[in-house]
Write a new protein. Structure first.
Length: 94
């Protein structure tokens, strides 16, 4: 049961991490200091991710692996869904 909870929490952490990354990148054009904004966003997202993994892991490697599986699945899903909405570097969709 704990592994299922770890997977769900991992998926939520993945959604927060990669959703935050998506929002950060979308706001970079309107920010006065984009490098600072990107760095602060990275630190905040990493603290949330690492803290959440540490808490859900509870000293068990199987919980860590289950949480990581949830994170990776969310990453894959977000790439599939959001990757199609972003214009390519060749100028398509501009």
């Amino acid at each position: 049961m704990k592994m299922i909870l770890a997977f769900i929490v991992g998926a939520l952490l993945g959604a927060v991490f990669f959703g935050g990354l998506y929002l950060t990148v979308r706001k970079l054009n309107s920010i006065k200091h984009p490098a600072l904004f990107m760095m602060l966003s990275l630190i905040l997202r990493l603290v949330i991710l690492a803290g959440g993994i540490y808490l859900i892991m509870d000293g068990e490697i199987k919980n860590l692996l289950s949480a990581m599986a949830g994170i990776l699945i969310v990453r894959f899903v977000m790439i599939q869904r959001l990757g199609k909405s972003v214009p390519s570097e060749r100028g398509e969709g501009v």
